[in-house]
Design a protein around this ligand. Structure first.
Ligand SMILES: [Zn+2]
Length: 234
């Protein structure tokens, strides 16, 4: 096996490693996106709950007001019983009427406020159902992602082992060094020199001398433009 061929074999494994690493980077991002979507649904549910709490508070407020007014009427009536003069008695009757009127208005407001309660509860039920459904879907999705992360991690470990084996087969350390340096900047590192003498990496036409060197298998031949290692695919 030529040194270039051993590099091509190494590059094949490195290509797989690159893809696995990219996927491993992308998977947690996809998981985070789904979780973020769920927090939007959770906010809807929270808003529905707050809305119901406010509706309950309104009902309770009117209830307390009505209770205070009833007590006031009772007080006025008790005082009225002990009054001696007719004039005072009538003044109290007028006051009792006024407070009774307030009480009626407050009771009506309480009833109106109570009418809002069923729809507030229905809104919570809807939001809860939607949340439960979404949460189930998101959980299933995240479980799948976790499984995939585990599978990719295992595959990556396998590929790394394979890479170590392939690297041992690259017998010329200069080729190896060159390949490793270029790998982070140019991908793929080893490319074909086409029959028209064009680098398949950057598509620059190479001088005839380069083609001759490649054809005569004269060591490491690099593209004059991008520096990729050139070989002839026969
Ligand atoms: Zn090139």
């Amino acid at each position: 096996m030529t040194v270039v061929q051993s590099l091509i074999d190494l590059q094949e494994v490195d290509g797989r490693i690159r893809e696995l690493e990219l996927e491993l980077k992308d998977l947690p991002r996809r998981k985070a996106q789904e979780t973020a979507r769920l927090s939007g649904v959770s906010a809807d549910l929270q808003a529905a709950k707050t809305n119901q709490e406010l509706a309950n508070q309104r009902v309770k407020g009117f209830e307390e007001d009505a209770k205070a007014l009833r007590e006031k009427i009772q007080q006025l009536k008790t005082t009225q019983m002990g009054l001696k003069s007719n004039k005072e008695y009538q003044q109290y009757s007028i006051q009792i009427d006024l407070v009774s009127h307030d009480l009626e208005a407050t009771e009506n407001s309480q009833l109106a406020a109570m009418d809002d309660l069923p729809s507030a509860e229905a809104r919570i039920a809807d939001a809860q159902a939607k949340f439960d459904q979404e949460a189930g879907g998101v959980k299933a999705f995240c479980d799948e992602i976790d499984e995939r992360i585990a599978a990719v991690t295992a595959e990556l470990a396998e590929a790394q082992k394979e890479r170590a084996e392939k690297a041992k087969l690259v017998t010329d350390p200069r080729f190896m060094l060159y390949y490793e340096r270029l790998r982070t900047k140019r991908w793929p590192v080893v490319v074909t020199l086409t029959h028209d003498g064009v680098c398949d990496g950057c598509h620059l036409v190479q001088p005839p001398s380069v083609s001759q060197l490649v054809d005569h298998n004269a060591g490491l031949v690099a593209c004059t433009m991008c520096g990729r290692i050139l070989y002839r695919d026969i």
